[in-house]
Design a protein around this ligand. Structure first.
Ligand code: FES
Length: 114
């Protein structure tokens, strides 16, 4: 008697449409809601990045900050983050914020939530 095993299953990536590209102008930020919580979108020279919208210093929203090139400055105490990676670049933040994979299709922005 042979045993039949189910093939291992791999969860499909979970993407969510969060905005239209035109809603995030070059050099701009936009806060969006997702099933994972608040996310801030950043448009750096036409490339869109997504970070958790919560500063790793004291949890204030990074979407209230300013984008300078690839750096997002938190307006509350001046921490800076690399929007491409979420890495903390300047005190008082020392830990990164979560970075999300982004896909732009047909004028819409999708964020990978898994
Ligand atoms: S909450 Fe962002 S630097 Fe303090």
């Amino acid at each position: 008697m042979s045993r039949q095993r189910d093939a291992p299953t791999r969860a499909e990536p979970r993407w969510a449409r969060v905005a239209a590209v035109i809603e995030v102008p070059v050099g701009g930020l936009r806060a969006v809601s997702t099933d994972n919580g608040a996310v801030v979108l950043a448009n750096v020279d036409g490339d869109v990045y997504a970070l958790e919208d919560r500063c790793s210093h004291q949890d204030y929203p990074l979407s209230a900050g300013e984008l300078e090139g690839e750096e997002l400055e938190c307006p509350f105490h001046g921490a800076r983050f690399d929007v491409c990676t979420g890495r903390a670049l300047q005190l008082p933040a020392i830990t990164p914020v979560r970075s999300y994979q982004v896909d732009v299709r047909d004028g819409d922005i999708y964020v990978r939530l898994d």
